[in-house]
Design a protein around this ligand. Sequence first.
Ligand SMILES: C[S@@+](CC[C@H](N)C(=O)[O-])C[C@H]1O[C@@H](n2cnc3c(N)ncnc32)[C@H](O)[C@@H]1O
Ligand SMILES: O=C(O)C(=O)C[C@]1(C(=O)O)C=C[C@@H](O)C=C1
Length: 247
Amino acid sequence: MSKEPDRIFAQPLAQVPDFVFNEDVVRVFPDMIKRSVPGYPTIVENLGVLAAQFAQPHTALYDLGSSLGAVTQSLRRHVRTDDCRVIAVDNSSAMVERCREYLNAQDSMFQELLPVQVIDGDILSLDFQPASVIALNFTLQFISRDQRLGLLQRIRQALVPGGALILSEKLRFADSQEHDLLTDLHIAFKRANGYSELEIAQKRSAIENVMKPDSLEEHRERLLAAGFSKVVPWFQCLNFASLIALP
Ligand SMILES: C[S@@+](CC[C@H](N)C(=O)[O-])C[C@H]1O[C@@H](n2cnc3c(N)ncnc32)[C@H](O)[C@@H]1O
Ligand SMILES: O=C(O)C(=O)C[C@]1(C(=O)O)C=C[C@@H](O)C=C1
């Protein structure tokens, strides 16, 4: 994995453009996401551990919005179920290209890994195969709000009995005191990871039009409306959480 440090917002920009998952972001993404999302390494590693409990033989495991394939690699490290395959999907060609390189490297280092297919495409127009595990790891927040329910309904329909959706997201909070406290603590987390006030402020304005977090209650209600029977949060660190949704 690239060790290049994230300095994308280090210099003052006359106008901060909307955040895009382009080649510049791809180069620094492992560093960026680790220094920006509290608990990210724990979520990714345990996603594989959880997936191994839900994986069913002869099904697909999806990594939706796979970026560089961190979740796909974790699924391949942990799932040993017969005749499963991983399908990673991302609509950033720059991400997909680098993801394929990393997965080839994983293939050359380990034997008996689950087969994997990386699709350069939009998860909103995906034709789902019967699936036992579907991961949306910090991806739903980038989908426009009016398309989230439809996507979750399609995911629900693709899931076989015994399977699960694992959904990780940045959260907002209905209670303004709770929201402000956790936002301040997230900023302190970024500062402690070496980001300057300028980098924090410019990143914030870059993502505010493209990334729209919901509250835990909104997620729960939408998942139930999409046909899931049970929603179980399994991890929260500051304003970032991960949920298991059962069909
Ligand atoms: C924050 S990143 C996900 C991080 C990744 N899952 C991980 O755990 O390392 C969000 C990803 O979702 C992808 N994405 C956003 N909208 C998408 C869409 N409609 N279809 C496919 N991928 C999408 C972006 O290109 C980006 O790579
Ligand atoms: O909230 C932030 O500041 C973030 O940087 C979060 C976040 C995310 O949650 O996906 C946003 C964009 C980058 O992909 C990495 C992290």
